[in-house]
Design a protein around this ligand. Structure first.
Ligand code: URA
Length: 311
């Protein structure tokens, strides 16, 4: 290793796990990915990963892979971007160069399980300096549908910036801070792109799409329209710009593992004006592309800057 390499290795930031029991495992089976440390050479497969993008739907993450491959000039006309987790239907995973794209399903439990295995995967693969971004959809609070929200803080349904995990019957409170410099970089990218409105604000993370998000159109509802409006107005006063179901555990787990993390969600509707997703499929589809476009621009800019520095 020459002194330049040694210097950069010293500055590089690893992915952390905090679990002494892992060392005792002969093999670590990443069951929901259908991958393992004995059956796969994770360092060969994933060691070059620098960006991880996660989103709810497998279809959307495949579309993101195709999009980013074209943006980075890394399309492979011979290959259909195989799903790396093909042995399971739990999550889908695709890779193009240094960009990994993984689906996480809906809600905190689903994304938490995926993140445990993803963080271990990045750790076993000895990845360094990884940036992770959730690209998703949300309900807006007082925003024009189609606005993109870069999350400042993920807050719980009482508007507190925290995530509660019950471990051995005891509630452990975890911090939900996200990387503020990454959020600023993304906002700067949006200025340069100049294609759609993007704001920075708090994101409320709930356990449910209906009662948990004060909707009036679930199977059960025990509150009035006035109660709903009062609650959403209070959320807005607390700086909440949008509502979704994954950001709190995402922020908490990424912080624990030393990953530079951001949440970028488009709003599909304004919850101050309604509950149902009534826009046409085409309109919703075009909104869903916005986080992909912004994050794709950011990744390309970072890779171009690194290539210029290295040359
Ligand atoms: N996702 C959510 O969690 N809520 C919405 O209103 C829209 C998308």
């Amino acid at each position: 290793m020459d002194s330049k390499d040694e210097g950069s290795a010293l500055c590089s930031s690893p992915v952390y796990v905090h679990n002494p029991h892992l060392d005792a495992l002969k093999e670590d089976i990443l069951y929901h990915f259908s991958l393992g440390t004995e059956t796969h050479n994770l360092q060969d497969m994933f060691g070059d990963v620098k960006f991880v993008c996660v989103g709810g739907s497998p279809w959307r993450m495949k579309a993101f892979t195709e999009y980013i491959a074209a943006e980075l000039g890394m399309e492979d006309p011979q290959s259909e971007y195989p799903n790396i987790c093909a042995g399971t239907d739990r999550y889908a995973m695709y890779k193009v160069g240094p960009v990994l794209s993984v689906s996480h399903g809906m809600g905190i439990p689903s994304i938490a399980i995926m993140l445990h295995e993803l963080i271990k995967l990045l750790y076993h693969a000895k990845c360094t300096d990884v940036t992770i971004i959730r690209i998703g959809t949300s309900g807006g609070v007082g925003l024009e549908p189609g606005t993109v929200v870069v999350t400042k803080q993920s807050v719980d349904p009482t508007f507190q910036p925290r995530f509660e995990q019950v471990i051995l019957g005891k509630t452990v409170v975890r911090n939900t801070d996200l990387d503020q410099s990454l959020a600023e970089d993304l906002l700067q990218c949006n200025k340069e792109l100049n294609q759609f409105k993007t704001v920075v604000g708090n994101t409320m993370c709930t356990l449910d799409f209906y009662e948990g998000q004060a909707r009036l159109d679930g199977a059960f509802c025990s509150y009035t329209e006035k109660d709903k409006q009062e609650y959403l107005n209070k959320a807005q006063e607390a700086g909440v710009c949008n509502i979704e179901m994954e950001s709190s555990v995402f922020a908490a787990m990424c912080k624990l593992s030393g990953l530079r993390a951001a949440v970028v969600c488009v709003t599909l509707l304004d919850r101050l004006k309604g509950d149902q997703l009534g826009s046409s499929h085409e309109v919703l589809h075009s909104y869903q592309q916005r986080p992909q476009i912004l994050v794709g621009y950011y990744i390309k800019k970072q890779l171009n800057a690194k290539a210029a520095k290295d040359s």
